[in-house]
Design a protein around this ligand. Structure first.
Ligand SMILES: [Zn+2]
Length: 112
């Protein structure tokens, strides 16, 4: 779901809102002062978490929500976490393969 963060330039409140259409984005107003003088922020929480963040938050012992498995950015996270915990360097070819798995899974399967 595309959730965007805005800062109200009138009262400085930061809030997130779900935007499903262009009409939604034009109708956004500040929940505090109803101001329309808004600046869209780059969301820190939803789309721009780095892999380092994902790795440090990932707990191999716990069951992940279904959304975790649908997010291709999480492919290989388990292997990387285990390797990191054991002090193993997976190397550049592993990283390259992982990148392809995450972005174009078909191309990796074709290798076998
Ligand atoms: Zn405001």
């Amino acid at each position: 779901m595309p959730i965007y963060e805005y800062r109200c330039l009138d009262c400085s409140r930061v809030f997130g809102t779900l935007i499903l259409s262009k009409a939604d984005s034009e109708a956004v107003s500040c929940p505090s002062c109803k101001g329309k003088n808004l600046k869209r922020l780059i969301s820190r929480t939803f789309f721009h978490r780095s892999e380092a963040d994902r790795l440090s938050e990932y707990d191999p012992q716990s069951r992940q929500p279904d959304s975790f498995y649908k997010d291709t950015r999480n492919i290989g996270l388990h292997a990387k976490k285990r390797a990191k915990d054991m002090g193993i360097e997976l190397g550049e070819s592993f990283e390259a393969k992982l990148d392809r798995l995450r972005t174009d899974p078909g191309s990796v399967l074709d290798d076998y």
